[in-house]
Design a protein around this ligand. Structure first.
Ligand code: NAD
Length: 322
């Protein structure tokens, strides 16, 4: 089978390519992201393999299904970038990799919390500039904090579990509670309003859905504790970025750690600085020294890449074998 992989990443050629080729498929790397402009590159391929920054619209699915597309292999957990209704309508099967490494993302969320709390990002730059001043670097003991986890799926539960290891109090919210899991890790469910109003750190671990779009907005931000720390490793659209910027300016929000951001699909973060395009809102976010932003790398561990490659290859075989 001919498979088109939309990727510019070297690590995909290291992990994904051998996994797909091991089953005898012809794998072609298309060195760009998929969107309505680049659709035609996938003409004639039976399967395409895409990631979070690709976009497969209803128009794209209709077009590619007429050119022979049967399978869409998402090599990520999220699926908000594919029009699933259109896929069903045009008989295109879509698979994702729901749990390649929840540890990778949970550990990353904790990394952002610790970095912001202990001001490591500021200390790193200072010391490199020969400045060993400790002014403004005071953090807090994690054990004294109340941490709120929104979304207690695989990643949210693990994040809470690690926070419990610090001795922090962990409360959580999920419309579909996992009472057993939360109990095992020593976390208590509360309603969303109470979580938002009482936590020192709030970490988002729910999917981007119409119902969760901008769940963190000017109203929810206004109810948070002064100086709250927000962590988002889930999806950028969960937070209204303009409202967040206002809350950062007023000091309502103390610190923000983000691995994902709104309009991520339209921004390129490639290895060369030439290809970086930032929108105005994102550029404004970067001016705050209490905001740490990474380029959607929370998943990026060797173990996760191995799991992604193996799962993606086995999803394709499962489709082929009916
Ligand atoms: P999961 O499906 O295991 O868990 C998601 C949880 O969110 C579920 O328990 C669900 O009930 C809950 N949820 C749904 N609606 C909610 C709402 N309105 N409020 C609160 N909770 C709600 O997913 P997961 O594997 O734990 O992934 C969580 C998020 O992390 C996803 O958005 C995923 O896309 C993202 N993710 C990011 C990266 C990265 O590299 N940054 C990597 C993997 C996953």
């Amino acid at each position: 089978m001919k498979i088109a992989v939309f990727s510019t990443k070297k690590y995909d050629t290291l992990y994904l390519q051998p996994a797909l080729e091991a089953n005898g498929h012809q794998v072609h790397f298309l060195q760009t992201r998929l969107d309505d402009e680049t659709l035609a590159l996938a003409d004639g391929y039976t399967a395409i393999c895409i990631f979070v920054n690709d976009s497969l619209t209803a128009r794209g699915i209709e077009y590619l299904s007429k050119k022979g597309l049967k399978y869409v292999l998402l090599r990520c957990a999220g699926f908000n970038n594919v029009d699933l209704d259109a896929a069903e309508k045009f008989g295109v099967k879509v698979a994702r990799v729901p749990a390649y490494s929840p540890y990778a993302v949970a550990e990353f969320a904790i990394g952002l919390m610790l970095m912001l709390n202990r001001n490591l990002h500021k200390a790193y730059n200072r010391v490199r500039a020969g400045n060993f001043s400790l002014e403004g670097l005071t953090g807090f003991d994690m054990r004294d904090r109340r941490i709120g986890i929104i979304g207690t799926g695989k990643i949210g539960l693990l994040t809470g579990k690690i926070c419990r290891g610090f001795g922090s109090e962990v409360v959580c919210y999920d419309p579909y509670p996992n009472s057993e899991g939360a109990k095992e890790y020593g976390m208590n469910y509360v309603d969303l309003d109470s979580l938002i109003a009482t936590c020192d750190i709030i970490s988002l671990h729910c999917p981007l859905l119409p119902s969760t779009h901008h769940m963190i907005n000017s109203e929810t931000l206004s109810k948070m504790k002064d100086g709250v720390m927000l962590i988002n490793t889930s999806r950028g659209g969960l937070i209204d970025t303009v409202a967040l910027i206002k809350a950062l300016k007023s000091g309502k929000v103390g610190q923000v750690g983000m691995d994902v951001y709104e309009n991520e699909d339209n921004m390129y973060f490639e290895d060369s600085s030439d290809s970086i395009m930032l929108d105005d809102v994102f550029s404004r976010l970067l001016t705050f020294h209490n905001v740490c932003i990474t380029g959607h790398q929370a998943f990026l561990t060797r173990e996760a890449l191995e799991n992604i490659a193996e799962e993606t290859a086995s999803n394709l075989e499962a489709f082929i074998n009916g």
